[in-house]
Design a binder for this molecule. Structure first.
Ligand code: SF4
Ligand code: SF4
Ligand code: SF4
Length: 312
């Protein structure tokens, strides 16, 4: 690439919370190292440009939930030489993907017809883009050249990714889990009880699993520098599963965590498995829309949900 020419950059967001775009601001003054080398052409949070000029790089956050999202994703693919799926929503469906646990009709009823604050009594038929049948990760609709998971990715990873683009190299692809950065020690305990996050104050030094809290740090890719367990909060897996979980069909969040936790405590493995199934909507909230997770023989979330709702 001609060094004098600025790198054309298009940014877009689909169905998401906007946090991945806002997270770019967390890079603070270091962003100046990058801004001089790029030309931001299309970016809904900065510009009111509706068309999609040709760009070297396209950054897309968010999942495909509506027909409009699908159209925008295709426009980005057509206009950008390389497309980056930015954040967990774009890569695995993220939090919008948790809607997999409900049908399109249930969602429309909950948001419009049964919602006491909107009081429309019917779902809109025009002006609002139609929902796709379910939430779809970006790479199931368009080709993706690079992935940056995280909800949102930590500024350190964002800076490295942006700098790598400017320098024309691949970003550092570290594969550590959240546990790798956590300072708590995994030790065998005599704990016999599964706890929820509002159950007491955890010991500050001991691994949360050893204390009976279901922490997903060991099955989650570190794209955050492990802030939650450091503050005594269980990791809920917002950066998405590790490559090991994704690529080995019989490995799963539930089975891996249950194996590890039962070895660290006196809680039976079957009890942990059953508890994680009952809370499947929470434990799989970020990645359940991904085919890599959804097609696992161990992943039966629709069955678990149906059973839990039958019990209720
Ligand atoms: S990945 Fe997280 S921060 Fe990024 S858009 Fe989705 S919900 Fe928001
Ligand atoms: S499971 Fe959670 S608390 Fe335990 S070491 Fe890993 S991140 Fe830390
Ligand atoms: S929930 Fe887990 S992956 Fe998400 S920010 Fe906290 S520690 Fe990181």
């Amino acid at each position: 690439m001609n060094a004098a020419r600025k790198i054309g950059l298009n940014l877009e967001w689909l169905s998401d919370c906007g946090g991945c775009h806002v997270a770019i601001v967390d890079v603070h003054e270091k962003i100046l190292d990058i801004l001089g080398a790029v030309q931001i052409q299309h970016c809904p949070v900065l510009t009111d440009i509706k068309d999609y000029p040709h760009a070297d790089i396209g950054i897309v956050s968010g999942a495909i939930r509506t027909e409009h999202d699908r159209h925008v994703a295709q426009e980005m693919r057509a206009s950008c030489d390389k497309v980056i799926a930015w954040g967990t929503c774009a890569i695995y469906g993220g939090i919008p993907g948790a809607a997999l646990a409900h049908s399109r009709e249930e969602i429309l009823q909950a948001v419009y017809t049964r919602n006491p604050t909107t009081r429309t009594n019917e779902a809109p038929h025009s002006q609002v883009a139609l929902l796709e049948k379910q939430v779809i990760p970006l790479d199931e609709v368009i080709g993706v050249d690079m992935y940056l998971p995280g909800c949102p990715p930590h500024a350190a990873f964002i800076f490295d990714a942006l700098l790598a683009l400017v320098e024309g190299r691949a970003p550092k692809a570290r594969q550590e889990t959240v546990c790798a950065r956590c300072t708590r020690s995994m030790k065998k305990s005599e704990e016999t009880r599964l706890k929820s996050n509002h159950d007491g104050i955890p010991d500050p030094d001991l691994c949360l699993l050893s204390q009976g809290y279901v922490c997903l740090g060991s099955v989650t890719l570190d794209r955050c520098l492990s802030p939650c367990p450091s503050q005594g909060v269980m990791c809920t897996g917002c950066a998405g599963p590790t490559m090991q979980i994704l690529t080995e069909p019989n490995r799963d969040l539930r089975t891996e965590v249950a194996d590890r936790m039962s070895r660290l405590t006196a809680i039976p493995r079957e009890e942990i498995v059953a508890s994680m199934e009952r809370s499947g909507k929470s434990h799989y909230a970020y990645a359940m829309a991904s085919k890599m997770v959804g097609e696992k023989p161990t992943f039966l979330i629709r069955k678990w949900i149906a059973e839990v709702e039958e019990e209720a």
